[in-house]
Write a protein that binds this ligand. Sequence first.
Ligand SMILES: [Zn+2]
Length: 396
Amino acid sequence: MARTERLYFTDCYLREFQARVIRTSPDAKGVRVFLDRTAFYPESGGQPADHGTLAGIPVLEVVNEGEEVAHLLRDNPASESVQGIIDWTRRFDHMQQHTGQHVLSAAFERTGGYKTVSFHLGTDASTIDLDSDRVGAKQIEKAEELANQIVFENRPVQISFRPSAEAGEMDLRKPTFREGDIRLVEVQGFDLSACGGTHVSQTGAIGLISIRKVDHTKGLTRVVFLCGSRALRRARQDFAILSEAARIFSTGLESVPELISKQAQELREAARLRDRLIEDLAELEALQWWQSAPERGGSRVVRRLFEAEEGKKAKMVAHAVAKHASAIALLGVKGKPTALFFSQSPGGNVNMAEVLKQTLAKFGGKGGGTRDFAQGGGLAESHLEEALAFAEVLLG
Ligand SMILES: [Zn+2]
């Protein structure tokens, strides 16, 4: 069986290489190209595939096919001999995140005995899942601290190959069940893992390891982290966001949370005060309108239309009118949706729910209520006036 020589196995820093096309096979998206050797990393072990070009043609996907590596291209390369160029920005970013993961996983194991059960290198952030849902803030901080200590010490990261029997005897962070030669990645004096991924050659190149989010799910703790350039970009964004908040509040960065909480409290108090004032206003308006309302069948009927933003007040007015003797309120509120509030003094001789029901039956909308208070809405705004007049006629 054919086998692609994986150049990244021994040299993760190889960005350009020459290779020979062994064979090609058609694919729905283009053509799958197989080479004698490649520096392209195929998607596996939580790390996404490399991008770049082969013979100047963009490489869309790189996947493992047994011992071979398939490169998906839109077109066939023109010649048998091809030059491969790796998209280095993307690859180096993956190397930072992936090596950072080794260090962070080992740090969690050393500080709290937590084992990493899975790893995902995402477009925006990476995650590891730890084998316990009881990893607290203190333990997170301890592991982050140790991981960055290892970065600052700039320890060598070395690649070696050992026969599986020999590797099985070694103190690997996670046992391997692969056969043949095992590729080992060692962060000197800190972590030894069997891994086929691409890594930086010294821990300093990882850059800062920053934990961004911690989620506890059933039996697991998911740790979201960023390394190197990603951590820098995120810190820059954080700074911009915080600076903008500080600018809005005209304060220093450190005072932002305190100011937000103070203003939120003031806003709640202002809203409470406004509600009280609306209630007072509703009582006054209700009294005024009740006093000047025409009588119909022994009741004073207050019939009014409110603007869309006065919905809250309209409901209060409906209740306030009903506090007066022999009173009926037929109130409509404009807007989308419209609203209707029908009320009467307790024990009055009309059934307001019935009046509302008949009104809605004629003009559309939904609603309901009791004998003394009913509310609804949803009819067309252009019919509100007519609907209130219709309801008044129903009063008899
Ligand atoms: Zn690795």
